[in-house]
Design a protein around this ligand. Structure first.
Ligand code: CIZ
Ligand code: SF4
Length: 319
């Protein structure tokens, strides 16, 4: 629309005026993903967002995503200014893992290596030995298991269960979950597969085990996008946030892409498979942050030296 074009033009000039680069997650509004691409920014999963932000020469990073992504960028680049369209965009995994309880849990198991998902607060990262994302969790836990380490895993129990099953590692699991992926339903997915027998089922491992078990491919957002480009199937049923369809369609234009069913599909909520916090990232919010320098991410200084270690370990391991 004309209004959209106007916002985009103003955001472009504000990016230049501030020496800023836009980094957007796959789950954000396609408008923001397109804008990030058009302006030399980055559209990716949380691992590559972190790496891109750290390595990019811009003095300001504008992170369209949820709060932990902005915090990760700031921890890795304390000298840069990090802005976000909103500071209200949190994550049910982050909320479900408060530092006091988590730290007490770790204290009870001092013999275990602490591995946390990137979807956590800076304080939780500072308590961890390793940070992982869904694109490197299997390899990193496998590596730790080979060294004979026992693990505390937090906060996503479904991803933890999946990794435990795949690697056989000894893992104590925190019981958090993602409110988006938790809604995918196995029975309805089977019914949909019966309608599209040629479809491959792609599942993000934050989904319940009953859904993961039906998958042809289980993987992170970037791994699922890749699957739509490499598998021969004409159709894909996709169990992750629907924001991902922007990149999937771009890379596999001839394919039919279908949302996996959720508890509320077609009935109570048309947007079960879309993260309400990712959805807070809008063009007006982005413009306001850039023009006025509002919504700056600050991480308490005493946390940074500890939180940066497990993050750099992850970046080094996945280089
Ligand atoms: O669900 C999320 O927040 C994901 C998949 C983050 C990520 O690692 O890109
Ligand atoms: Fe958190 Fe789930 Fe939203 Fe990702 S999709 S930010 S894991 S609530």
């Amino acid at each position: 629309t004309a209004e959209e074009a106007d916002y985009k033009a103003r955001i472009r000039s504000a990016l230049l005026a501030r020496d800023a680069v836009l980094v957007a997650h796959y789950y954000t509004d396609p408008v923001l993903q397109a804008l990030a691409e058009e302006t030399g920014g980055c559209v990716s999963d949380s691992l590559e967002m972190a790496r891109f932000g750290k390595e990019h020469p811009a003095s300001t990073l504008v992170v369209a995503g949820v709060r932990f992504m902005g915090e990760t960028s700031k921890i890795l680049s304390p000298e840069k200014q990090v802005l976000m369209p909103t500071l209200e965009a949190t994550c049910s995994l982050d909320i479900g893992c408060p530092i006091e309880e988590f730290s007490a849990f770790c204290d009870q198991h001092p013999d275990r290596t602490v591995v946390v998902y990137a979807n956590t607060s800076a304080a939780v990262k500072a308590r961890a030995d390793w940070v992982v994302t869904s694109s490197c969790a299997l390899e990193i836990v496998g590596h730790l298991m080979d060294k004979g380490e026992k693990i505390i895993w937090a906060p996503d129990q479904h991803l933890g269960n999946y990794i435990q099953r795949e690697t056989g590692a000894d893992m104590l699991l925190w019981e958090g979950s993602c409110i988006v992926h938790e809604e995918f339903k196995a029975k309805a997915l089977l019914d949909l597969k019966a309608v599209y027998p040629d479809a491959a089922i792609l599942v993000h491992p934050e989904s319940p085990m009953s859904v993961v078990e039906l998958a042809d491919v289980v993987g992170s957002t970037s791994q699922l996008i890749k699957a739509t480009q490499t598998l021969p199937n004409p159709t894909f049923i996709v169990a992750t946030d629907r924001g991902i369809f922007y990149k999937m369609q771009q890379g596999a234009p001839g394919k039919l892409l279908i949302e996996a069913p959720t508890a509320g599909s077609g009935a109570t909520c048309r947007s079960c498979a879309h993260c309400p916090w990712m959805a807070m990232n809008t063009l007006p919010a982005l413009l306001q942050s850039l023009e006025q320098g509002t919504n700056e991410i600050l991480v308490p200084e005493h946390l940074v030296p500890q939180a940066v270690k497990p993050l750099e370990r992850m970046l080094e391991f996945t280089r």
